[in-house]
Unconditional design. Sequence first.
Length: 297
Amino acid sequence: MKDSLDHYKNIDKSTHLLFSENNTFKVFHFNNLSSNSELLKHQLTNNYIQLYFCNNHQCKVAFNIEHCAIDLTSNNSSMVYFKDEQMNVLFNLPPEAELIVILISLEYFHSLFSIDGTVIFNYNSLKGENPIIEPKEINGNIKLILSQLTTSQKNETLRPIFIKGKIYELLSYYFSKPSENENESCPYVATEETMSKIKHAKQLILIDMNNPPSLPELAKEVGLNIKKLKTEFKEIYGVPVFTFLLNYKMEIAKKLLLEQQLNVNEIALHLGYSTSSHFIAAFKRKYKTTPKQFTKL
């Protein structure tokens, strides 16, 4: 069994782990920015309620063996539970795939849904022996929260508090009844049509990240006026359009630096910088360290 999983790479926690707190939950974010599929694995050593959210493209998640797997497509999720306390979770992520994983300890999950001993959610099926694999489509409220989870905050020191609050918010939507979960109940949540246009705008700037369209060109292409494009993009992704693009480039830079296949000059050229000094300055503004120093951390 071990030999058959040798082609799966153990998760680099510093890259993929967004949040971790003992005895509560962990949050992972996978975003394959490369041109090749990524095979990753994570070993569980406790009972978890496992929530998987596919943000983009498609993903495969397997449990201990490759053929015991679930397939997730864009905008779909799955809740998974096995009684096994120890198992390998295997991730198969094709290019452009984006996956968010929330692992909630079973005990903590039970405590979330009871107040002063009164159960507010029927979790009997999660208490015992039977495995659970329950697919669910992601609605507009959850899509918005997932986007906010993966967006850099101005105050990174407070980011763990932000993420923890967002997870509670996400769980309240995920386990609410469909009638309680409609977008129309909240006028501040973007409609599905608007979200589709904003997602299209994001794809357009990423496809041609070294020569992206201007805001007027982008607004015209997706069918929104400039003000609405700017407002809704920031609402959904947490930052303005070109800040999002910069953050995306910097994430690619980090990945390339860790792989150590390209030097700083080559990475700068790959990301569309006219000189390596411009790239180094941008990287240092973002991460408070130079690319060279980053590789030694």
